[in-house]
Ligand binder design. Structure first.
Ligand code: DC
Length: 216
C-alpha cells in the first residue's frame, strides 16, 4: 500500500509521515532528503547546478533511503542536508529534468512491494498517481516559517525569522511554478491545513481516514 503526502516545505509533512509510519508499521521515505543529498554533493564538490554538470555527477552518484536515513554514496548524510544553503540548492537541483527522472525511478524502486508512506511534492501527481491514499498537507507561509525557524534555532543555526519567511516564499514560488512536476495538489488528494493543528491532530486525521476504509 502506498500513502502519498505532498505539500510545501515546513507544513510538517515529514514529522507527520514519520509518526504515522510508526503507528501503521509502514516504511517511510523522505523524498526531499534525496534531492537534498544531491544538492549536498554538488555543494561540497563545487559542482554548478546546471543540467550538463549534474548529468556528469549523477553518473557516479548513489542515493538510497532506508531505515529512516538518507545515504549518499553509501554514507549517511542526514546531519548535513538541512541547512539553508542546501535547502536552496535542493530547490534548484530538483527542477532539473534528469535529476527528477532518476529520483522518481529510484523512489518507485525503493517503494516496490512494500507498505510505504512517501512525503514530497509530486508523489500523488507523478511518482504514484495510483497511490491508495493521497494527502496534501499545507499551512500558511507564516506558520511554516515559524516552524522552520524554531527547528533551525534548535539545531544551533544563526538565522532570523524574516529571512526564513522570505526563503519559504521564494521556494514556494519556485517549487509551484517550475516546468516539470510542479508542487500542486492532486485532484483526488485530501487537503489538510495544519495552520491551527498540532502534529498529533494531523496524524490522527490521516490515520482515521486510512483506518476508516478498513484497509489495515
Ligand atoms: O521536503 P524538503 O524541503 O526536504 O524538499 C527539499 C526540496 O526538494 C524542495 O525545494 C522541493 C524538492 N522536492 C521535490 O521537488 N520533489 C519531491 N518529491 C521532494 C522534494
Amino acid at each position: 500500500m502506498i500513502i502519498a503526502i505532498d505539500g510545501p516545505s515546513g507544513a510538517g509533512k515529514s514529522t507527520v509521515a514519520k509518526l504515522l509510519s510508526r503507528e501503521l508499521g509502514f516504511e517511510y521515505i523522505d523524498t526531499g532528503a534525496m534531492y537534498r543529498a544531491l544538492a549536498y554533493k554538488a555543494y561540497t564538490n563545487n559542482i554548478e547546478i546546471q543540467e550538463d554538470k549534474i548529468d556528469e555527477m549523477l553518473k557516479t552518484t548513489a542515493v538510497d533511503y532506508s531505515d529512516n536515513k538518507i545515504f549518499l554514496d553509501s554514507k549517511n548524510v542526514e546531519g548535513y542536508i538541512r541547512s539553508e544553503a542546501i535547502s536552496k540548492g535542493a530547490s534548484k537541483i530538483s527542477a532539473l529534468r534528469n535529476v527528477r527522472e532518476k529520483m522518481v525511478e529510484l523512489q518507485r524502486k525503493i517503494a516496490s512491494n512494500k507498505n510505504v508512506i512517501l512525503d514530497g511534492r509530486d508523489i500523488g501527481t507523478k511518482v504514484f498517481p495510483d497511490a491508495d491514499f493521497k494527502f496534501f498537507v499545507t499551512a500558511s507561509a507564516e506558520t511554516r516559517a515559524r516552524r522552520r525557524y524554531n527547528q533551525l534555532v534548535r539545531t544551533g543555526a544563526r538565522t532570523n525569522y524574516k529571512n526564513v519567511l522570505e526563503d519559504i516564499k521564494k521556494r514556494d514560488e519556485k517549487d509551484s511554478t517550475r516546468e516539470i512536476s510542479p508542487l500542486v495538489k492532486a485532484d483526488d488528494a485530501v487537503l489538510i491545513d495544519t495552520t491551527n493543528m498540532d502534529v498529533r491532530e494531523v496524524v490522527k486525521t490521516i490515520a482515521d481516514i486510512v483506518g476508516g476504509k478498513n484497509v489495515l
